[in-house]
Design a protein around this ligand. Structure first.
Ligand code: OOB
Length: 557
């Protein structure tokens, strides 16, 4: 059975599963209920949200945006994010969900692949000048005809439209069907080149509706969107789309800090929240002084990276509500622990697949199934898992098997009840606070710097971040390496902040494996040892940077 056929079977063909139609259906059903609340307490009903989106869609259409065009959304969790996202879907354009903490190198590379017609940015978030970036992108990418800025900052440039002012009459409904691409999600990446994940209307609709059902989402719920809304976890697993599907309320938070997010939980009687493990840890610690009333919370979902069992237990004890583990990937497959699973299953496993039609194989290096209960690589195929990245034939040949299974790169095993346990990974990726960083990309960025002969990046187990990025640099002869300068140079070169190494080490000779490859395991051991031998090697600056809310996972500031 093909993926398309199984999606059709799961969702009887029906226009309501076109993502561009969802909002008007929700507005019809839930009209005066509150859809959105921001951290300042401003509220929007479903009807108001839809009305605002219709006007913006009309404005975008008048500005020349058409069905099938690509448009990058590079916004924090604000009303503007939702206006832009839904208006693009309404026109039939395909949003590319960039993360707010991505910087020039990522945005440039993504634009080169997707050639967007429009780019949606905030006016000022933290210290970053999104407008200047947009203008550089406009001069570089011919396709980019429209920059839309959210906020009230004065904008002297005539090429930039203010989101607030962009309005027009009702635009035509696009001709689409459920097999068409609805959104382009970002892949965590294992190579130097970013990849885009085309999710169809049918598969993504299934993603959030089936997830909402499984997770017990219902009308009276209030979901706190604290991680970036453009990430698959917060967007649709079941996330904000799952909440809207049920008529619930989404509270948005720009900050991830418990000092700001927990009062929102009390104030709006939040029932559901999705976190990555490092943030869950900070929230548990924050309860020592943060005393907001969290009694409304019913479910905390944790996913994106490995959740230690100790932290899982603490979460249950300290937050006083149910815990759910979510093991998912933007490429598709979602595994959840079930609400009625025994506590030990919820604490020790990452659950089992969402759909009965999800196929999971656990294989060895020759793609042979490993014996029951043993660890192997996870391959998956199913009704909402992609069969290929967007325009990436070379990558697709290595990331998918001939019969269409996605090679997740994760090492997993199955327990006696069929739940998956993530044991590690084979992909060359660092999971820092749930954000996936390609070792190859960091290496490439560093190898271009002055004085660097070669660089190797590894993920080092880290109490706070899950993993920190450590780069070993072999200097050119006669050169020395100055870590703070390296960091500055990387940032100035446009590397996204969360990809800048936390630890930089100099090495004169690479440790090699028997096969004469660089021995990354040995490098991990050396980095760990150097950091503990000399606190200076893992300088205070690292800790401060890591602790600061503005370098936290899926950073929003
Ligand atoms: C989610 O999606 P991505 O695309 O950012 O990252 C996927 C990768 C997985 O292949 C795995 O390596 C890791 O993130 N991962 C986990 C995990 N959840 C994801 N590793 C261990 N335990 C977990 N619970 O991260 C994502 C997408 C939708 C829902 C939740 C997470």
């Amino acid at each position: 059975m093909t993926a398309d056929m199984s999606v059709s079977r799961l969702n009887q063909y029906n226009k309501s599963l076109l993502l561009g139609r969802c909002l008007s259906q929700w507005a019809q059903t839930y009209g005066e209920r509150i859809a959105l609340v921001n951290e300042s307490g401003e509220c929007l009903t479903y009807a108001q949200l839809q009305e605002r989106v219709e006007r913006l869609a009309g404005g975008l259409y008048m500005a020349g945006l058409r069905a099938g065009d690509h448009a990058m959304v590079h916004m924090p969790n604000t009303f503007g994010f939702f206006y832009s996202f839904f208006a693009l879907l309404r026109v039939g354009a395909i949003p590319i969900m960039a993360m707010p903490n991505q910087r020039e190198q990522d945005i440039d590379a993504l634009m080169a692949i997707a050639q967007p017609t429009a780019y949606f940015i905030p006016d000022d978030v933290g210290k970053y000048d999104y407008l200047a970036l947009a203008q550089r992108m406009q001069s570089k990418h011919e396709s980019l005809r429209l920059v839309v800025m959210d906020g009230d900052a004065k904008c002297e440039t005539r090429d930039v439209q203010l989101l607030e002012a962009l309005q027009g009459p009702t635009c035509p409904w696009p001709e689409q069907d459920e097999r068409d691409t609805a959104v382009l999600l970002l892949s965590g990446g294992t190579t130097g080149t970013p990849k885009l994940i085309p999710r169809t209307h049918g598969d993504y609709f299934y993603n959030f509706t089936a997830s909402a059902k499984l997770c017990g989402f219902e009308r009276d719920m209030v979901f706190l969107a604290v991680l970036p809304a453009g990430h698959n976890f917060t967007l649709a697993s079941p996330g904000v789309l799952g909440t809207f599907q049920c008529g619930g309320t989404v509270v948005t938070s720009i900050s991830v800090s418990c000092d700001e997010a927990m009062p929102l939980i009390e104030q709006h009687r939040v029932t559901h929240v999705a976190l990555v493990p490092p943030l869950a840890k900070l929230w548990v610690e924050g309860r020592e002084w943060e005393d907001s009333d969290l009694s409304s919370l019913k479910l905390i979902q944790v996913g994106g990276a490995r959740l230690e069992t100790g932290l899982a237990r603490q979460l249950v004890d300290v937050m006083g509500c149910q815990l759910q583990q979510v093991f998912g990937m933007a490429e598709g497959l979602l595994c959840y622990t079930r609400l009625d699973d025994p506590l030990e299953t919820i604490i020790h496993t990452q659950g089992c697949p969402l759909s009965p039609e999800d196929e999971v194989r656990i294989v060895d290096e020759d793609d042979q199934d490993v014996p029951k209960g043993q660890v192997g690589q996870l391959l998956t195929r199913g009704p909402y898992t992609i069969r290929g990245y967007f325009q990436a034939s070379a990558q697709n040949a290595s990331s998918f098997t001939e019969d269409g299974f996605y090679r997740s790169g994760d090492l997993v095993r199955r327990d006696a009840n069929g739940n998956l346990i993530v044991e590690g990974r084979i992909k060359e990726q660092i999971n820092r606070c749930g954000e996936k960083i390609s070792a190859a990309e960091v290496e490439e960025a560093i190898s271009l710097l002055h004085g660097v002969h070669a660089a190797t990046a590894v993920g080092i187990p880290d109490e706070l971040l899950g993993e920190r990025i450590c780069v070993f640099i072999k200097p050119k002869s006669g050169q020395t390496i100055d870590p703070p300068r390296i960091k500055i140079a990387l940032r100035e070169g446009g590397l996204s902040d969360y990809k800048v190494p936390d630890q930089i080490e100099t090495i004169s000779e690479w440790p090699l494996t028997a096969a004469k490859k660089i021995d990354k395991r040995r490098l991990v051991a050396i980095a760990t040892q150097r950091a503990s031998a000399s606190p200076q090697a893992k300088p205070l600056g690292y800790l401060q940077e890591a602790m600061a809310t503005d370098t936290l996972p899926f950073e929003l500031r």
